[in-house]
Each structure stands twice: as structure tokens, then as C-alpha cells.
Design a protein around this ligand. Structure first.
Ligand code: XMP
Length: 514
């Protein structure tokens, strides 16, 4: 895709934010890990390159490198943080290690006019720093264009070669003029902002058409969530509904009325969709009996999904591809330049697919974030109500039941969860809240109901705000709302005598309890 922005990922936790800000500005962004041979980068014919930050010290021999062939390609480059240090080292400058490093806010003063500062007032503005090394001597041909009180070289340029480098992170919210700086870079690189969700939809449809030509069949795994639904509609645009087979597996771990609602909405909105609902509750609940370890639950569920897809594929007669609504945050761990980062949870459903799967994979959303998928869904005409459903994990209520999953607990959890979700919707908070749900604890607690002692289950309420599920804060729900949820759960559900509200952030907690 000529003219797009290629981001080389050196492992910064902010890399995905660069992509997101780039797309928000109207330019297509693609992220590739550092350390590949030069061909995959240049084959994409990028109009601009961004070298991301990263946790390594560029002065160490085992640090990820910058291939000089990339510098020689003549593509305008912006190096951010570690990317700046790599540029300095490779072009003849010098680095030093700072005793304490610099983390957090700093005030940047521009030192000379630069196309990077176009439209940005002269007064110092806040930037966000996060580095241990610094550029001590700039390379020949470069000029210092910005400094902070502690950092004499906070930004530098070689305007002739269109190579720019900044020590701070323009992609984070706390850098006041970050978006302007990125925009200035894209402009000086000669790119024009012509990327919209509609172009993404068109290009993706064209790609899927090519991959599936002339007569390949696709099985799309529907979970009832937004992502798989958007993927299915996108694929239907590419291959039509005769070669697309959607499978919705009822694994017995769905929320109250979920199957009915999702199936009803899909059939009403997409009557031509070839949709098969597989009733597999027993297939899942039997092997899950007595299993308490969260990753073991995920493994059992993930493998069963794969088996069922294989079985259903045989029934369709021919399936060449399995399509999934995998998003960028789902894959980020697997593309880290330092190898997969520590596995927190086996989220990515592909993880459980056997290596010898008899079909290829289509994951049309793997470059996008949730809010972008919702925008794409709107572009494709998917009804708002379906698009604004909260994310629901593949292993469903199994990972919202602490301890062993059994029918009685699932019944309690379904009802309690329905109360939480109804109340959130009625309070008009559906969009503000990223996810709201109930969790069933394994223990019982003592209470007094009527005049008697009760010894019953405990329900946790989790409601978080987030932009991409990578970090999250607990939602400051109004006390009256929490009070209503609590009394409704205790009075209406049965078997519950205590409700608690989860006030932990991610990190260090996670959104789901398991
Ligand atoms: P955590 O709990 O890691 O969750 O903060 C982040 C986001 O991922 C969802 N999640 C999952 N989704 N399979 C999925 O498809 C899983 O095993 C899984 N575990 C967590 C979670 O709901 C949240 O949106």
C-alpha cells in the first residue's frame, strides 16, 4: 500500500498507540517487528517510516538493530525515543547512559524552526519522557531542534534527508502537541491523508476476494461479539453468502438469553447469512467439571472450539479458510521483537488451534483496535445496538466463575450478570463503560435473611473504563446504582447473600478475574 506509514516496532508499550494516532489522522499505519531482513519493510513501499521506542539500551551489543539499508532507502524517517538513539548511533552520533534516566513529564523548548514544529507556538510545551540513554553528540548533518531543561538534545533533524528524531513520545496523551507533531511529520514526508474506514473496508474486501478466488469457502467462527460479527459482514461483502458459512457455538457458557438475542439479530439483519448454531453445552460442561485452574479451563474450551469447527467444516463439504475476528491487542504479544512477552492469559483463540489445521486463517481485523472495529462496523451498516455490546471472552462464564464450573453456579451467575448489564444500560452508561459484568466467587459467606442464618454465594461486580483493554480503571459508578444492583441481585437471584464491587485497576489486576 504505497504511501502508508510503516512503524518498526522496537518493543515499546506505546507502539500500538503510534498506529492508532496515525490512523486517526487519516493515514494508514502498519506495524512490523524490528529485526526482519530489509525486504519485508521495503516491499510495502512505505511513504514514511517511524522507528518506535523500546526497552533496550542501543549501546548494548545484543540490542535490536537498525539495518543501514533502511536508512539508505530514502524514505522520510521519524525516530522516537529508542528510535532516536538508533538513528544517532547509525549516523555517526554518540549516546551516553544517564544515571537515573528520565521518566514522566518535561517541558520541551523548540530551539530553531523546523517543519516538525509547524503551527506549534514557541512557548515550551509538555512532553512525556521515558528513557535511560540520551543523545550526547548529534550525527554530522543534523541540527538540534528541541531541548528540555535536563536534556540538551531532545529533538534533532537532518532536513535534507528528511530524518527526524525526538526523545519524547508524541503518541501518548500526556505530550501536549503530540498529534500535531505526528501530523507535521506526515506532511513533510509528502503523504496526503486519504485513509478512512471506508478505504480500509474496500481494501480489505479486495484482499479477501483475492485470497479466496475463485471459489474458496470460508468458515467464520461467530461468538456473538462485535469483532467476529464485523469480520463476518466484511467477508460476506467479499465472497457473498454462498461461500461463507458462519458457526455460532453454544458452549453452555453464554450469558442470559445471549444465544436468542444474537441469533435473532443476525437472522433479522442478515437473512442470507448461512448461520449454523451448534448446541454443544454438554460437550463443554462435561470436561470442565471439577476444573479450577483458569488456563486449564481456557485450554479445554479452546481445543473443543477447534474440534467443533473441524467437525462443522466437514459437514459443509468444503472449507478452505477459518475466519476469526482477532484484533491487534490480541496479537501484540506474539509480534514482540523480543519474542512473545510473558503470557498473562491465553487470550488469543488461535493459540488453541492445532498446528495441522486443514484450512488457512483469515483475520481481517488484526491491525485494528476495538473502537476502530466499531467504526468499521458502522461503516458496514451494522446496527448500533449490536456494535455497542461489551466485549465478552471466548471462554465465557467459565472464567467468570472462580473455581469449578457447575450448572447451579452458572444459573446464579447468568441472573446476577443480567441485573448488572440491565442496570448499566438503564443508567445510559453502556458506551462509557468498557465492560460491566458479574463474577461468581467460589466461597460462601454468612448472612441473615428474614430471621434466619444464610450461608450463600458471593457475587462480584466488575465495571471498568478503558480504551483498548490493555489498561483499565474501575468505573466510579454512582453509589445509588451500585446499591440497586446489589439489592436486586440478592433479592431476585436466589442463593446469593453478599455483593462486592471490584475497585482494582489493570495493571496490576486484569479485567476478568481469571
Ligand atoms: P484481561 O482479563 O486480560 O482481559 O484484562 C482483557 C480483555 O480480553 C478479554 N479476555 C478474553 N477474550 N478469550 C477472549 O476471547 C479469553 O480467554 C479472554 N480473557 C480475557 C477480556 O474480556 C477483556 O476484554
Amino acid at each position: 500500500m504505497a504511501g502508508h506509514v510503516l512503524i518498526v516496532d522496537y518493543g515499546s508499550q506505546f507502539t500500538q498507540l503510534i498506529a492508532r494516532k496515525t490512523r486517526a489522522a487519516g493515514y494508514f499505519a502498519e506495524i512490523l517487528p524490528a529485526g526482519l531482513p530489509v525486504e519485508p519493510y521495503l516491499e510495502r513501499k512505505p511513504g514514511a517510516l517511524i522507528l518506535s521506542g523500546g526497552p533496550a539500551s542501543a549501546m548494548k551489543s545484543d540490542a535490536p538493530k537498525l539495518d543501514p539499508a533502511l536508512l539508505a532507502a530514502g524514505v522520510p524517517i521519524l525516530g522516537i525515543c529508542y528510535g532516536m538513539q538508533l538513528l544517532a548511533l547509525n549516523l555517526g552520533g554518540q549516546l551516553t547512559r544517564e544515571a537515573a534516566g528520565e521518566y514522566g513529564p518535561a517541558m520541551l523548548a523548540t530551539t530553531i524552526p523546523s517543519p516538525l514544529w509547524k503551527g506549534i507556538p514557541d512557548a515550551p510545551f509538555q512532553v512525556w519522557m521515558s528513557h535511560g540513554d540520551r543523545v550526547e553528540t548529534i550525527p554530522p548533518g543534523f541540527l538540534v531542534i528541541g531541548r528540555t531543561e535536563d536534556l540538551p538534545v531532545a529533538a534533532m533533524e537532518d532536513a535534507k534527508r528528511k530524518i527526524y528524531a525526538i526523545q519524547f513520545h508524541p503518541e501518548v496523551h500526556h505530550t501536549a502537541r503530540g498529534q500535531d507533531i505526528l501530523l507535521n511529520f506526515f506532511k513533510l514526508a509528502g503523504l496526503s491523508p486519504n485513509w478512512r474506514m471506508s478505504s480500509f473496508a474496500q481494501e480489505t474486501v479486495a484482499n479477501i476476494k483475492e485470497t479466496t478466488a475463485p471459489d474458496k469457502h470460508v468458515l467464520c467462527a461467530l461468538s456473538g461479539g462485535v469483532d467476529s460479527m464485523v469480520a463476518a459482514v466484511l467477508i460476506a461483502r467479499a465472497v457473498g453468502t454462498k461461500r461463507l458459512h458462519c458457526v455460532f457455538v453454544d458452549n453452555g457458557l453464554l450469558r442470559l438469553d445471549e444465544l436468542k438475542e444474537v441469533e435473532g439479530a443476525l437472522r433479522a439483519n442478515y437473512p442470507d447469512l448461512d448461520l449454523v448454531v451448534v448446541d454443544a453445552a454438554d460437550d463443554f460442561l462435561t470436561p470442565l467439571a471439577g476444573v479450577t485452574e483458569p488456563e486449564k479451563k481456557r485450554e479445554i474450551i479452546g481445543k473443543l472450539f477447534a474440534d467443533i469447527f473441524k467437525r462443522e467444516a466437514l459437514k459443509f463439504g468444503r472449507v478452505d479458510f477459518l475466519a476469526q475476528g482477532t484484533l491487534y491487542p490480541d496479537v501484540i504479544e506474539s509480534i514482540s521483537p523480543h519474542g512473545p512477552s510473558e503470557l498473562i492469559k491465553g487470550h488469543h483463540n488461535v493459540k488453541w488451534l492445532p498446528k495441522d489445521l486443514p484450512f488457512g486463517l483469515i483475520e481481517p481485523l488484526r491491525d485494528l483496535f476495538k473502537d476502530e472495529v466499531r467504526a468499521l462496523g458502522a461503516e458496514l451498516g451494522i446496527p448500533e445496538r449490536l456494535l455497542w455490546r461489551h466485549p465478552f471472552p471466548g471462554p465465557g462464564l467459565a472464567i467468570r466463575t472462580i473455581g469449578a464450573v457447575e450448572p447451579e453456579g452458572l444459573e446464579i451467575l447468568r441472573k446476577a450478570d443480567a441485573v448488572v448489564r440491565q442496570e448499566i444500560e438503564q443508567a445510559g452508561l453502556q458506551r462509557e463503560i468498557w465492560q460491566a459484568f458479574a463474577v461468581l466467587l467460589a466461597d460462601r459467606s454468612v448472612g441473615v435473611m428474614g430471621d434466619g442464618r444464610s450461608y450463600s454465594r458471593v457475587v462480584g461486580i466488575r465495571a471498568v473504563t478503558s480504551v483498548d483493554a490493555m489498561t483499565a480503571d474501575w468505573a466510579r459508578l454512582p453509589h445509588e446504582l451500585l446499591a440497586r444492583m446489589s439489592s436486586r441481585i440478592i433479592n431476585e437471584v436466589g442463593g446469593v447473600n453478599r455483593v462486592v464491587y471490584d475497585i482494582s485497576t489493570k495493571p496490576p489486576s486484569t479485567i476478568e478475574w481469571e
